[in-house]
Design a protein around this ligand. Sequence first.
Ligand code: 6A9
Length: 775
Amino acid sequence: IIIKPAGKAPRPRVITPFPSPKLMDLPQFQGEHRESLYWGTYRPHVYFGIRARTPRSLVAGLMWIGVKDGTYHMRHVCQDSDELNTYGWTQHNGRDFGHQVLVDQGLKLATSFLKSKSEGSGYGGDWAVQIDVQTDKSEWDNEMLRHGHLFFYLADESGHVLNLAGDTFDIDKNSLLASGSRSDIGDWQLHLESKDVLELHYSGFRTPHIHNLSDLVQHNLGAQARKFGQLLLSDSSEDSPNIIVFQISASIPFKADIAFVSGTKVKTAKVEERVSRLTGASLTSLLQDRQTEFDIKFERCFNVADKLEPESTIVGKAAIANMLGGIGYFYGQSKISFPENSNLRGHDNFISYWPAELYTAVPSRPFFPRGFLWDEGFHQLLIWRWDIHICLDIIGHWLDLMNIDGWIPREQILGSEALSKVPEEFVVQYPSNGNPPTLFLVIRDLLDGMEKNKFTATERNGITSFLERAFVRLEAWFQWYNTTQKGKEMGSYYWHGRDNKVTRELNPKTLSSGLDDYPRASHPSDEERHLDLRCWMLLAANCMQSITQLFKKDNKPEKEYGSTAKLLSDFDMLNQMHLDPLVGAYFDFGNHTEKVRLSWKETRVGTRELVRDVLERPVSRLVPHIGYVSLFPFMGKIIPSDSWILEKQLDLISNSTVFWTDYGLRSLSKTSSMYMKRNTEHDPPYWRGPIWMNMNYMFLSALYHYSEENGPYSDRARVIYDDLRSNLIRNVVRNYHQTGFLWEQYDQKKGKGKGARLFTGWTSLVLLIMAEAYT
Ligand code: 6A9
């Protein structure tokens, strides 16, 4: 009998938080730590944006007018269609400094961000922005680029009124633009300084919706432009504005320094002193110091100085800078499919998760500016080496998103700004679906680092108390996979949630695996055994066992994880379940036929559709596609170093009709029947050929491991390792310099960057490849 508390409906399990103390309430995340990370460039979806790590923040951002094909365009939210030649952070330390370069046709902008806490500052300290505007030499007589127009805005998400300093501005006399007051930071002021002659205009708005700021400004400008044929804001404001936009116009080149100071009410606030420190020559020199510090820390963390050519070092720095500069803070509620087992993929069958914060690195600022669970594990492989406290803070946020069943939603779309970037049909998350538990990769690294004394005493304590509190959540997470994703046979697992009623997909997708359209059994069933998931489970079990040993908890759970780890690393059992000894390769198992194709059918009179045709009854068997999944046992370093099977893996890897290309290992063998096949009329191949950096990093890690092991194949592993490593680095570096971007994946034929550009999530692992720093 469930006893309901009077008047309250029971909360559905799926939206019930995991009932244990939150990681983010740990002392290490309070006090100085929390304050030091308060303000940041935590709005990665805009070209330049600032906010604080609080649900309803004061936010700042930048827009500018770009010129393309003889017309003006407003730039604000990162959009691929803007076709910037390049943009991204060349330096960023994740805390108090960043430098970004943006090239918009003939226009070149640089945005620098700096934080500083001085005597008198309010909570979180002060910050400054330096914006540098130039044109390319070739555009010096382009009339349209004679003047530059920047729009710097402040918006208060909690609706507080922002006070304009005046009706007109003469910043030579008075640098104050606006002021206000908030409970978190006290009174604040915004100042503008420049050596150049600036023309200043403004507009104020009152609205609760700040995610369509671009429209607001554009409408206002548009109205003016029609009236006066000019691109100037109207110098007007609605009553009690919570958004104010300052238009800064000047002839190019020019620089503008913006200083935000808080705690200004106090007598001893020394506002003038702080503003002058955060603008002009003083700001420039502070920025230079931080640049130097960034370079020194880069070398200290990654040790690449004598390993790399200068053009590779530039890419390595861009990789870590964009990873850190791509960290965002989000607040909101996920939409969860409900009822949980509903197969209706309608928009109304959802329930809201509890309101939650997420501090996370995003995979791609223009395309996927939000959190993704398995991407995060890869991100942290870089971030922990740079700043362990940021790393723990991010992982802590993710673990706090766990529900009472031990489930963490895979994709986090929190808040209206994040939501505005996602088509409706992709928003709802399914509680039956997982995603690879890559956070265990990081935890393994941290445990390993502690054993090898890589951390200072404080860092060590931080990691230990983190893991101590995380333990019950990690246990629940492990159990969630171990129970909900288990297969029919002992020691087998499969990704649940594949659709077995498809009529259009060539092969039903497995989004939860992270490998989306990577081909699996043609007919999803509970007989399936997914090799990748089994290997992830071994990683998780090993990790859980190590943590238990670390804390010497009572022996019972240790035995349990130990026995799961033992079961899953049993080589004979693995081979029995997944190896085809004739090919020497590992495969999924399931209900499968190779005789599936897409063909055009007349469905209604006059409409032709591409539908799935199954030409043969599927049978239970190994699923014969050689690709990334086949290499998981190798990647997991499960294969004994003297085994003939290891030799076979090296054969497959170095075989250019199977994995090998001059640009990295391709995701699916050319010999697979699904190689480069579309999944539907509208779904081009994704994980069916192209080269992905996260997996290549893992394979390099294994090659490196086997090259160091005693065994008959260590020399061969070394040779392959060296070739693969230099192929990957060369190709990513070449693409970066040719196109201005890191890419989501790389084409296996010519090495060309593909998919989302400015993908600075796991592609940034190229830096760890440069540094030869492996998990
Ligand atoms: C689609 C369309 C504006 C796909 O990097 C994030 C994920 C990976 O976790 C996954 O392994 N990417 C990989 O296969 C991108 C997923 C984007 C899904 C959202 C909505 C919006 O387009």
